[in-house]
Design a protein around this ligand. Sequence first.
Ligand code: AMP
Length: 112
Amino acid sequence: MDCLFCKIIAGDIPSKKAYEDADMLAFYDIAPQAKVHILVIPKEHIPSMDGVNADNAAVVAKIFAKIPEIAREAGITNGYRVVSNCGDDACQSVKHLHFHILGGEQLTERMA
Ligand code: AMP
């Protein structure tokens, strides 16, 4: 499959890993938009938040259960933002479900 994040999971494209287990990978964004900017992705290819359903939602729950630890381990101590861009209007550029963890500094109030 011609998917950038599937290639990162496979190790065909290098990444700076923050966390990995059998179901998910967390790695540092190549173009950080905050002092700490990590992407968390399921290893299963789900195209976007719009592709989440009752059959695959367990991995999303696992990701959300792990995000606080990933943020802590990355040195975030004073809060963070979790974002998932879904579809064209949200400017999703990689069509593999991912959650941005943004933190390590004061973020702006504006979200859109
Ligand atoms: P989105 O625009 O929400 O689809 O987010 C995709 C993110 O992937 C962007 O923040 C990019 O900077 C990031 N990105 C693209 N290619 C890479 C890569 N090879 N390694 C790490 N992050 C990447």
